[in-house]
Design a protein around this ligand. Structure first.
Ligand code: F6P
Length: 354
């Protein structure tokens, strides 16, 4: 006989493509396989605090027979990436009890999962975490929901910029997200044919970049170049021209542009594109849908087995359950300066710092 449960699901932190695909998988599996009730908690812990919940049913999620959730960006539940959750722990725990939840699935990045883990511990919740973030900085999983689509979005932008850069012999600087991690810049930069990739984890030199651009032009006849810079990259230690231009004021992309313009005596024509929240939008890629679906299914099974306090992670072609505290102890996961991808980029003549 099936044991009737009521589970909650929420999305927390910055949105990304694939969140709705997770919700879809959780609702389908929980209701069809186990006969459970699923409540969507709007706006993450804010919704919990306000004791809000939306019943989610598999047949309420379709549109005239078409299921839109698989390929819809964003999150139908809404999300917050700021707030003072930890000042309201007791109220949130009381709301959780009032909603009579047996378990909760939280979809979030490392910041949100750390907060939810504190609530879980305080309330002794049956909790499963599902990792999502375009930054790809959650430890102990090979994939997170959202990263692949974002990489593809950046690569698409680089494809477009390459042609216009080549037509005008320009240097195109593309500033991408990633917070303190350089995964987005590194993956998209390699896949999109960048000549220079600057990430927070690896120091670089303005002089080396200028030399690299010069060599591309003089030795290889490449009169244009693509530079991908992560938003979290630091100002170079050999900044000479615009020491007053701190990246918080002018943006790291513009800062690099100013420095290159100066060190080339304004001989290089440079343009800067800041991709911004375009990187968070759009239709989820096939890989993100697949990972979202597998994670959603696994999260429900773990609750059924009573194996909670875990995060689902991808490892060696399958989903594994990892103690959430182990994940948080190693997050945010940064790019290792001697990682295989950094080595690969360097082998292809991409300047990735020193
Ligand atoms: O963590 C995801 C992310 O998109 C980061 O890459 C970026 O720094 C940040 O969120 C932007 O946050 P917001 O949506 O608050 O501007």
């Amino acid at each position: 006989m099936k044991m009737q449960k009521r589970i909650g699901i929420l999305t927390s932190g910055g949105d990304c493509p694939g969140l709705n695909a997770v919700i879809r998988a959780v609702v389908s599996h929980a209701t069809l396989t186990y006969g459970w009730e699923v409540l969507g908690i709007p706006y993450a812990t804010k919704g919990l605090l306000e004791q809000k919940a939306i019943p989610l049913r598999v047949h309420g999620l379709d549109l005239r027979g078409v299921d839109p959730l698989l390929n819809m960006g964003g999150t139908i539940l809404g999300s917050i990436n700021k707030g003072d959750t930890l000042n309201h722990i007791d109220e949130i725990l009381a709301s959780y009890r009032a909603l009579e939840l047996d378990a909760l699935i939280g979809i979030g990045g490392d910041g949100s999962l750390a907060i939810l883990n504190q609530l879980r511990t305080a309330g002794n919740w049956q909790f499963i975490a599902i990792p999502k973030t375009i930054d790809n900085d959650v430890a102990l999983t090979e994939y997170v929901v959202g990263f692949d689509t974002s990489v593809n979005t950046i690569v698409d932008a680089l494809n477009r910029l390459t042609f216009t850069a080549a037509s005008h012999d320009r240097v195109m600087i593309v500033e991408v997200m990633g917070r303190s991690a350089g995964h987005l810049a590194l993956h998209a930069g390699i896949a999109g044919g960048a000549d220079v990739i600057l990430i927070p984890e690896i120091p670089y030199s303005i002089k080396d970049i200028c030399l690299h651009l010069h060599e591309l032009r003089e030795n290889w006849g490449r009169k244009f170049a693509i530079i991908v810079v992560a938003e979290g990259a630091s100002v170079a230690s050999d900044s000479e021209c615009y020491p007053e231009c701190e990246k918080t004021r002018c943006g790291i992309g513009q800062y690099i542009a100013d420095e290159i313009s100066c060190c080339s005596q304004k001989q290089i024509d440079i343009r800067v594109s800041v991709l911004g929240h375009i990187q968070r939008g759009g239709i989820p890629s096939a890989l993100d849908r697949l990972v979202a679906t597998a994670f959603g299914k696994a999260a429900v099974d773990l609750i059924a087995q009573g194996d909670t306090g875990k995060m689902v992670g991808w490892h060696n072609g399958k989903v594994e359950a990892i103690p959430l505290s182990n994940v948080l102890a190693q997050s945010p996961l940064l790019v290792s300066a001697n990682s295989y991808l950094v080595e690969t980029a360097r082998a292809l003549g991409i300047y990735v710092g020193k």
